[in-house]
Write a protein that binds this ligand. Sequence first.
Ligand code: AP5
Ligand code: MG
Length: 196
Amino acid sequence: MLNIILFGAPGSGKGTQSKLIAQKYHLKHISTGELLRTEMKKQSELGKIAENYILKGNLLPDEIIMDILIKNIDDDLKNYNGILFDGFPRTLPQAEMLEKILHERNTEITLLIDLKVNEEELIQRLLKRAEIEGRNDDKPDIIKKRLEIYVQNAEPINEFYKKLNKYIAIDGVGTVEEVFSRIEKVINSKLNEAEN
Ligand code: AP5
Ligand code: MG
C-alpha cells in the first residue's frame, strides 16, 4: 500500500494537493477537517462539539479524532492503493496511534510530505479563501490561533517521522501545478526505491 501523510500549516495547500495526489495514485483521501465540516453542516452531535473547538481555532481532543478516523479508515479501502491522510495526524499521540492502527492492518506510512509555506503567504491565501468560500474558521483572529497551534505541534510530529526516515519537506510556494510536480517526483522516487 501507498500511505501518505500530507502535512503543513493551515493554508499550505494540503486539501488542494490531496485531491490531485489521491486521483493520480488512486488513494483514499481522508481529511479529518472535511469530515468534521460535514458533521457541522448536518448539525449532528459530533458537529456541534466540533464547532466549539474549530471556531476557537483549537484542535479537537485526540480521542474524538481517533474515533472518527477508525470509523472511516476501513470503509471501501480495498478499492484503493492506499490512504492519503490530510490534516491528520496533528499531535504526537495521533501519530503514535496511527502507527498502531496501520500496523494492525499489516501496513505502514510510506511518507510524510511537509508542505513549507511562509506565514505571510498562508495568511494571504486564507483571507482570500474567506472572501470566496466563507469557511467559518477563516477569520483573522481564528487564523492566528490555528497558525499558533500548528507551530506548537509540528516539530514533534516531524521528528517522529524523521526518525523513521519517512519525512520529506517540499517547497509549497508556487502554482498548484508546480507544487504538485514536486510532490509527484518525491512519491515516484519512493515508489522506485521500493521496487529496487
Ligand atoms: P483542516 O480542515 O485540516 O484545516 P487546516 O489545517 O487549517 O488547513 P486548511 O484546510 O485551511 O488548509 P489546507 O492546507 O488544506 O490548504 P488548501 O488546499 O485548502 O482543520 C480544520 C480544523 O478542524 C482544525 O483547526 C481543528 O479544529 C479541526 N481538526 C482537523 N483535523 C484535526 C485533527 N487531526 N486533530 C484535531 N483537530 C482537527 O489551500 C488554502 C487556500 O489556498 C485555498 O483557497 C486554495 O485554493 C489556495 N491555494 C492552494 N494551493 C495554492 C498555491 N499553490 N498557490 C496559491 N493558492 C493556493
Ligand atoms: Mg484543508
